[in-house]
Design a binder for this molecule. Sequence first.
Ligand code: UDX
Length: 448
Amino acid sequence: MRIAMIGTGYVGLVSGTCFAEFGIDVTCVDKVQGKIDRLLKGEMPIYEPGLEELVAKQVKAGRLSFTTSTADAVRDADAVFIAVGTPPRRFDRAADLTFIYQAAREIAETMQGYTVIVTKSTVPVGTAREVERIICETRPDGDFDVCSNPEFLREGAAISDFMRPDRVVIGTESARAQEVMRAIYRPLYLNETPIVFTGLETAELSKYAANAFLATKITFINEIANLCEKVGGNVQDVARAMGLDNRIGGKFLHAGPGYGGSCFPKDTEALLRIGEEHGAPQHIVESVVKVNEERRRDMARRVIAACGGSVRGKKIGVLGVSFKPNTDDIREAPSLYVLPLLQAAGAVVAAHDPVAMETAAQEMENVTWCKDAYDVAAGADALVILTEWNEFRALDLGRIAELMHEKRICDFRNIYKPEEMESRGFSYISIGRPEILPAGDIRKRAKA
Ligand code: UDX
């Protein structure tokens, strides 16, 4: 079995490498020469735990190779996966499918013998059908079938998500293509991973529906957290009580500063667009998108309120700028909203992130990038935890307290306990949990 993987982004590089781990010969293609040069030297274009080692292992085993030539990769492939980027278009934010269709044309021109062409990037409903039309048009004699095989992997856990998925979704109308796809996913099939065979459109929609549902779950608990703050409840206990109901499940019920990343914001918006286009408006997801956008901004307001209503001239230290831990990705991260709003309110911002500072420095201006959390805390009037990196979970709080100008922590990922903060004399706010202020502050507030 031979596979060509077009595109070496998160999805393409991880999927290609994992297919090689399944024992398949994989050639990954990317148009960007520099990216292929780096990969040939064993350097990863993205930060993903475990990927570098797995790539090296598969290259050494002779099952994984890299090239800029689509033709070379496609010629002898049994299946060609399209995993190229679909960035939002500047003018209307709809997914730009130019690279997908361009890949389809190139594949059509060089494929030989029966070939299964698989769309793996998340694409609007109808894209696989259009790929089929383009290939038919370019090679009316071509012996091929088209499949939609959406990828559900999470950044930071991409390899384990690929190797041990909850399910594999394969959309195709051809029994012959089903057999090829079954052979490709054989190791998972043997592990009893559910494989859901559907039509093209259903497979495409499954991905959007899954991501929109998860985004909805997060947004739901975020709003419940707001209510907890008003009534003196604890959102972590509410989430646990809810999640123990098997029909609900405990995952994706961590209240926080709002979801971000390369998928949820883009996919929820895309689902709204698809719904509108087909006359089936998605009202729930529409609210989710609005509430989440507002929430990320609201985090900045919370910091300002915690600082007594103004941050003008104050130093605000930020811990974590990536949209979640274990990634250097800052796309749609809460930090992109919170930091500029604090700066606009007059704050001087210092920040640290274990891996995302380089990417963040290209997007954010006037931020002092610090070597660690203690450097960030030095002289700060407030410390804001935006990403729950492990290294922020066990800070030496005594040292932090000594370094800070004002002992004030805004923990938007709930990684500390209010009681612990109280005992150390911090003024501490978190998400959806009763606020515990140092005794002096409580009396001051009562007097006010
Ligand atoms: C997501 C989907 O999980 C994955 O299946 C899909 O293929 C791509 O999109 P990813 O964007 O890598 O994966 O990250 P994920 O771990 O799902 O987190 C997304 C966002 O939601 C992050 O900003 C995270 O902080 C936030 N989140 C997640 C919460 O705020 N609370 C939660 O309980 C879970």
